[in-house]
Design a protein around this ligand. Structure first.
Ligand code: PEP
Ligand code: MG
Length: 889
């Protein structure tokens, strides 16, 4: 005989397909000896049998339900429908996958005109009993008899008004009795029948309704969207109700086995004496901390503490537990993995290893790398309420307060005076870099998560909000308008780059701190991971941060950032404006010692770890003033001061800006293409690197720089640039009399380079995947245009699953990376490979890099801890088939 109905003690946690997720969990808890209120589950197969029988409960199912019911009555010592001490039950749906849209829970089934009186006497609280009865009628009518709740709510409202009450708690037992009469009238009117008084009839009607809800419109749509097969069916859980409001020996509460905010190993929760679950949530009475239960009900408390321990050991996870005490007897209603903050997740994972509950690998899998970001930046103290001014994109995490300024020079000036500023711009460009350096945070009204402001701010670990279109920024008038509010130059604002929220005034902050547990977890991660983690850093300060966060090398020094320092820009401009080679060499000679000292600083901070330096990449016009602004200045001078030398200078500048203007700079004269036109620039940069190496060699340091040529698409480009660098090395070696090691490689950021990587590898000692540009060139998107115009709607409309600039497109861009690694290593087995695009700090992309056999990932210094953890998870996941389950808040 097929079994359709299982008492909780007849099932277990593995029987999800038969019992549904909820039923299997209730069975599991019962089996490990927890005091779960008794009950039974009608299987998913019964649901299918119901449909096969033309939407009717087969007699075999019916008889098994009746048998299970009497077993339940025996266990509880109560009977359904007993007027003195009635058994009441809840009815819940429960499919294999949790499915919103299925039937709502019915509580207190079994209530009728007789049992309500029994309940009133038992609880010495007739008011509670009648309130429960009217709730039951309302719920039952809504979900089972399909009568709109509106009719009930309207009647309730009218009654309250008539009595002059403002809220439900003012209603007395007599008032509820009156409402119940009215409710029954509604039922009669809509169904032409009386409200069912027979509890067994109620029960079977409810079971029918659960089965029917499997095929309601919402459930069908949900299944289609989530590819859940229609044949699975739903189970039905029938469970006896327990009451926490049966007097002062009863109560109800919620507790976590460890503190969900700090992770401290101490019960954390609260309860109310003589109350039902709803009272705890409603907040009318203030719950007591769980520890005081020890004095009020010592026996129950001890049993609860033991149960918590047992649950943690069983599930090997921090649990979030709902419990009720009925007349001195403890019942566990629900347990699940507790949500927690990043800080708590780390502490719990580490302490569970120390307590021998889980192993290190599992601990590493328990913490979501993305969440670590919270801990590495200064953040707003949650104790303070936020009054929002506007909300933009959370472009770079962390929070900052400062005075509003509207241009980079002002930012630099005020910051030099010791003021804290937030740089507010419609968008930023490389010209604003000094302002970004000086500001506490950046706020733009345009641009996306990978706009210039976002990328630079993340690299520096500064708070940044982008694309906040609600702000009307008037740079000239130095004011921001948001609806009818106006913020002017110098006003204080606070931005939260983790949420995108902007607030007026100053809000207290919490400083980041790497806890001991965090350091320990990262040390374990380093033992597991098979791929190194480097950082992208352009100066000694960032390099130091990277080293502190555990980077074992620099994967990308963007040398152009060294050209953008305010003191150097005029020399760089002079170099660009030079008409002749000799003139240009003069400016380059001035720049050389500056770059050299930057390199020395970075090498020193990295203490012998590899440093990968990329030669100049952006088009030259990025170092010159904006064409339109320059034109305005020239025109003004022509009118006001036509003979001034300044005009001559500006006209020359304008001519050069026009010459250098490009239709599509992303695909224009940049990277190694510049190096081919002006080899003297690369020569100067290479020499600066080698002089730095030679100088430090005097102190006994052994530095092996990796020199990287950007934007190579054809092997011949690399071949020529390699020669320039090698010549520079020979020259410096001869001049200084010092020998040193170095390698020369290339970025792979053009599809042609990936596809001809076997040829490229002939000239390259290493490859570094520049997946920012490789994504642009593979998709044919210009990043800023895409993010500003269509990418968001592409993602919303699911044309693309994610932003490919944030999460590596493994099917497309990834295929080029795999191809290049494979081809490169056919030419040079063991060729060193890494990634230095932003994807190097994103967990799923790191997993891809591990699978593809890269030697390292490189990301912004602030993401290094996250990348270390993600790299460890990738190894564990693929070597041991373990998978992570994050239960973060
Ligand atoms: C890249 O293209 O991925 C890269 C790292 O270089 P950039 O972002 O400086 O173009
Ligand atoms: Mg690039």
């Amino acid at each position: 005989m097929e079994k359709f109905v299982y008492l909780f003690n007849e099932g277990n946690g593995t029987m999800k397909e038969t019992l549904g997720g909820k039923g299997a969990n209730l069975a599991e808890m019962t089996n490990i000896g927890l005091p779960v209120p008794h009950g039974f589950t009608i299987s998913t197969q019964a649901c299918n049998a119901y449909y096969e029988a033309g939407k009717s409960i087969p007699s075999l199912v019916e008889s098994q339900v009746l048998v299970a019911l009497s077993r339940l009555e025996e266990k509880m010592g109560k009977k359904l429908g007993d007027p003195v001490d009635p058994l009441l039950v809840s009815v819940r749906s429960g499919s294999v996958f949790s499915m919103p849209g299925m039937m709502d829970t019915i509580l207190n089934l079994g209530m009728n005109d007789e049992t309500v009186e029994g309940m009133g006497k038992l609880t010495s609280n007739p008011r509670f009993a009648y309130d429960s009865y009217r709730r039951f009628i309302q719920m039952f009518c809504n979900v089972v008899l399909d009568i709109n709740v509106y009719y009930f709510e309207q009647l309730l409202e009218e009654t309250r008004e008539q009595k002059g009450y403002n809220s439900d708690p003012e209603m007395t037992a007599e008032d509820w009795k009156e409402v119940i009469v009215g409710y029954k009238g509604i039922v009669k009117k809509h169904t032409r029948k009386d409200f069912p008084q027979d509890p067994k009839e109620q029960l079977f009607l409810a079971i029918n309704a659960v089965f029917d809800s499997w095929n309601n419109q919402r459930a069908i749509v949900y299944r289609r969207l989530n590819k859940i097969p229609d044949h699975l069916g739903t189970a039905v859980n029938i469970q006896s109700m327990v009451f926490g409001n049966m007097g002062n020996d009863s109560g109800t509460g919620v507790a976590f086995t460890r503190n969900p905010s700090t992770g401290e190993h101490k019960l954390y929760g609260e309860y109310l004496i003589n109350a039902q679950g709803e009272d705890v949530v409603a907040g009318i009475r203030t719950p007591q901390p769980i520890q005081t239960l020890k004095d009020e009900m010592p026996g129950v408390y001890q049993q609860f503490v033991d149960t918590c321990k047992q649950l943690e050991l069983h599930y090997q996870e921090m649990q979030d537990i709902e419990f009720t005490v009925e007349k001195g007897k403890l019942f566990i209603l629900q347990t699940r993995n507790g949500k927690r903050t990043a800080q708590a997740a780390i502490r719990i994972a580490v302490e569970m290893v120390e307590e021998g509950i889980i192993d290190k690998q599992n601990a590493l899998l328990r913490v979501d790398p993305e969440q670590l970001d919270q801990l590495l930046h200064r953040r707003i103290d949650d104790k303070h309420q936020r009054v929002l001014l506007a909300k933009g994109l959370p472009a770079s995490p962390g929070a900052a307060t400062g005075q509003v300024v509207f241009d980079a020079d002002e930012a630099e000036q005020l910051s030099a005076e010791g003021k804290k500023v937030i740089l507010v711009r419609p968008e930023t460009t490389p010209d604003d870099i000094h302002g970004i350096v000086a500001a506490q945070g950046i706020l733009t009204s345009r641009g996306g998560m990978t706009s210039h402001a976002a990328v630079v701010a993340r690299g520096m670990g500064k708070a940044c909000i982008c694309g906040c279109e609600a702000l009307k920024i008037d740079v000239k008038a130095k004011q921001i308008t948001v609806e009818d509010q106006v913020i002017v130059y110098g006003d204080l604002i606070t931005i939260d780059g983790s949420t995108g929220e902007i607030m007026l005034g100053e809000i207290p902050m919490i400083e980041p701190k790497l806890s001991d547990e965090f350091q320990l977890l990262l040390a374990w991660a380093d033992q597991e991971k098979k791929i190194s983690v480097r950082a992208n850093a352009d100066n000694p300060v960032d390099a130091r941060k990277a080293f502190e966060f555990g980077a074992t090398g620099i994967g990308l020094v963007r040398t152009e950032h060294m050209f953008m320092d305010a003191a150097r820009v005029p020399i760089v401009q002079k170099m660009i404006l030079a008409e002749h080679y000799s003139e240009r060499k003069e400016s380059l000679a001035q720049l050389l010692p500056m770059q050299q000292s930057d390199f020395e600083g970075i090498f020193e901070e990295m203490k012998g770890y590899p440093v990968n330096i990329r030669l100049l990449d952006p088009p030259l016009h990025e170092f010159l003033p904006n064409k339109d602004e320059l034109l305005v200045e020239v025109t003004k001078l022509q009118i006001q001061n036509p003979t001034s030398p300044e005009l001559q200078e500006k006209e020359l500048l304008l001519k050069k800006v026009r010459q250098l203007h490009e239709i599509n700079p992303m695909l224009g004269h940049r990277g190694c293409r510049l190096g081919l036109t002006y080899p003297e620039i690369y020569e100067m940069q290479a020499k600066a690197i080698f002089y730095a190496v030679a100088t430090l060699a005097d102190n006994g340091a052994e530095i092996q720089p990796e020199i990287m040529i950007p934007l190579v698409g054809h092997v011949n480009e690399l071949k020529r640039m390699r020669q320039v660098v090698t010549d520079a090395a020979v020259a410096v070696q001869e001049e200084t009399g010092k020998q040193f090691q170095y390698t020369i490689g290339t970025m792979i950021e053009i599809p042609r380079a990936a596809l001809t990587a076997d040829q490229i590898a002939e000239e390259a000692d290493f490859f570094s995947f520049g997946t920012n540009d490789l994504t642009q060139t593979t998709f044919g998107y210009s990043r800023d245009d895409a993010e500003g115009k269509f990418l968001q709607s592409y993602i919303e409309e699911k044309v693309l699953p994610e932003n490919p600039f944030a999460v590596l497109d493994q099917n497309g861009v990834g295929k080029l990376v795999e191809t290049a690694v494979k081809l490169g290593r056919t030419t040079k087995p063991g060729l060193k490979t890494g990634i230095c695009g932003e994807h190097g700090g994103e967990k799923s992309s790191i997993d891809f890099c591990y699978r593809t056999g890269l030697d390292y990932v490189s990301c912004s210094p602030y993401r290094v801890p996250l990348a270390r953890l993600a790299a460890a998870q990738a190894t564990i996941r693929h070597q041991s088939n373990k998978n992570e389950v994050f239960t973060t808040a």
